[in-house]
Design a protein around this ligand. Structure first.
Ligand code: ADP
Ligand code: MG
Length: 324
């Protein structure tokens, strides 16, 4: 159904010096959903997030089709309908302007509103994210805010123009657990308040479990598995997803920690066939010959020649045996 798709990405390819780091990625973001993008470092998560925002690094060649509500022209160069939730609140705010002025400027950059109205919206936005005494705080500078308050202020900034899509790339990686939960809670509340979808890049499967409706697992610049979070985490169909899960301490069951052996290949040094095959306990001849395409499996997409052989529980694939 057309209305089920808010943002569509088709055959996204991002290359540096002719070497592709994102290799033909296609997915949809649905209205108001939280879509997590997960995978090890180097999978192409950040490049994908930046492509949604039109913020490509120097030297990148990007092809593919990104549409918001079916329209490629709605995908802006810098986020308005698609807005970034920055990872580093301090560097996301200018040190030389009061926080309220920065929020008001963001309002005025999009909407034709008066200064007074923009200021009122800035104060309201600070109030909404739970900053006490918002009228006074709007006149304060970022260094006068606590770390937690700054985090709230940048969430206010990201949501003040009521974007359709929020993009957050590892928004909590630098934070301790308590602060992490707080930031994700405030972000979730604001996302719901403005009715935005959220594309949440993370390597933290606990964050995925707690916050994402669907999970997109990436490996070596491609889609490995995409589906409802509860299904993907409870019963992964791709061996790579199982490997990520097996790396979680909860699957050790008091034994040695099961792990995903090896490291992902660099974009310029991909093995033949499936990029995961050299690390995959299920790899067969076919896996070393042709790269699997994402194919539907129930409510999911899975790119694996051998997904029907994946056991349940899938983490058993990676269980390390105790030395005798
Ligand atoms: N600015 C860049 N110049 C050259 N190569 C890059 C650049 N940014 C990313 N890459 C390549 O793309 C790969 C994926 O990058 P990235 O999307 O940042 O991965 P992730 O966020 O999943 O860790 C990197 O491992 C690197 O090989
Ligand atoms: Mg990254």
């Amino acid at each position: 159904m057309e209305s089920e798709v808010l943002l569509s990405v088709r055959d996204l390819r991002i290359a540096f010096d002719g070497v592709e780091a994102v290799r033909g990625l296609s997915f949809d973001v649905r209205p108001r959903e939280v879509l997590a993008i997960v995978g090890e470092s180097g999978a192409g998560k950040s490049l994908t997030a930046r492509a949604l925002l039109g913020m490509m690094p120097r030297g990148a060649t990007t092809t593919g089709d990104i549409r918001l509500l079916g329209d490629p022209d709605l995908v802006p160069r810098r986020g308005r309908r698609i807005a970034l939730v920055p990872q580093d609140a301090l560097s996301a705010l200018s040190p030389v302007h009061p926080v309220g002025d920065q929020l008001a400027a963001a309002v005025r950059s999009v909407a034709g509103v008066s200064r007074k109205e923009a200021r009122a919206r800035a104060v309201a936005a600070l109030d909404r994210v739970g900053i006490p005494d918002a009228v006074r705080k709007a006149r304060a500078y970022p260094h006068e805010f606590s770390g937690g308050m700054r985090q709230r202020a940048v969430i206010a900034m990201a949501t003040i123009n009521e974007p359709d899509v929020l993009v957050a790339d590892e928004p909590t990686t630098a934070l301790d657990e308590e602060r992490r939960d707080q930031v994700l809670r405030v972000l979730g509340e604001q996302r719901e308040a403005v009715g935005a979808a959220l594309v949440l890049v993370t390597h933290d499967l606990d964050v995925v479990r707690q916050h994402a409706d669907r999970a997109l697992v990436m490996y070596a610049g491609r889609l490995t598995e995409l589906g409802p979070t509860d299904q993907v985490l409870a019963r992964p169909l791709a061996p790579y997803t199982a490997g990520l899960l097996a790396s979680l301490p909860e699957h050790a069951h008091g034994r040695r920690l099961p792990t995903l052996p090896g490291t992902p290949p660099a974009p310029g040094a991909l093995p033949p066939g499936c990029a995961f095959a050299p690390r995959c306990p299920l790899a067969a001849d076919a896996c070393h010959e042709a790269e699997p395409e994402p194919r539907p499996a129930d409510e999911r997409l899975v790119a694996c020649h051998r997904w029907e052989e994946v056991p349940d529980p899938a983490v058993e694939l990676f269980q390390v045996r105790q030395p005798a």
